[in-house]
Design a protein around this ligand. Sequence first.
Ligand code: FPP
Ligand code: MG
Length: 329
Amino acid sequence: MSSTDQRLERIVAPVKEGLSRMREVLVGQILESSNAVSDMTGHVQRFRGKQLRGALVLLSGDATGNSTDEHPSVAAIVEMIHLATLVHDDVLDGARTRRRVASVNQRWDNQTAVLLGDFLYARAFALSADLSSRLASRLLAETTRRLCVGEIEQSTKRFDFELTQATYESIAGAKTATLYSAACELGARYPGGREDLGKELAQFGYEIGLAFQIVDDCLDVVGDAEVVGKPVGNDVEDGKITLPVLWTYARADETRRARMRDIYTTVGLEGRRLEGLKSVCDLQGGVEYSMERATELVDRARARLGLLEAGPARDGLAELAAFVLERRW
Ligand code: FPP
Ligand code: MG
């Protein structure tokens, strides 16, 4: 086990039992008699990853004294929605690997991946409809709406170098931070009431989720593909102008700007665009700026935890927030 895995295991230790219950629920929910489907659900579990969102539901529940028997199911629902979005996202991005294994679209094909994502999403909502409160269904339906809007907005802004940091952040916030936010809010509020506390934890989740996406975008330009578990440079290949790039572009002269734009669009550069981008500009300043912004968000998020009672779950939330900045995969 790597030192990062060990660190993560320590962070989520206060909710260890809830997490193993969450995993049982998740596996039970995606069982299917069709051999084809079970091959695929077995496959996607290999890229289930860090399960940070599920852990956030449970840690937020414990840290606010709000844990119920249904929290592990709520955590499983959040993780299933997350899995569904990854399967769909890899179709949209034409990604071939995720967490060192073939994406569903690569191993099977796009049609199958779209249907499998729908299957996972349907299972998530079937489980949420069985819960005693409608809060999870309501909040997660709204979250998925925002997430889809974020993806659509991102799609319309491809190759748009006039993108502002505010628009970049609103897209990253919608596509990634909203699910973090919902995870924390549900942990603190499920099955209902406690709106003020819920709002504060929702904001905590949003800030660390946005920081997570900014770090993800930095790793895509400076990460090590081996460590990240997927090829780097995908965002440049896909025409996504991320924060380190837009910061660099905004400070470049017109000659360099034109060369940066060309790298994104020139036919024949496929698969070599990041290398090309690095040959026409230095992205280091943009990465440093982006990491500072992510750090500011994490600091702001951690400060919110002051209103919770001290204890292992609150410490877990604070450390998970810090972990978002340290992760390299
Ligand atoms: C990752 O971004 C993408 C997301 C966090 C959200 C993707 C959501 C959808 C495709 C909508 C799915 C809708 C339903 C109903 C399931 P990224 O591509 O920057 O990150 P990556 O490097 O992990 O691919
Ligand atoms: Mg992607």
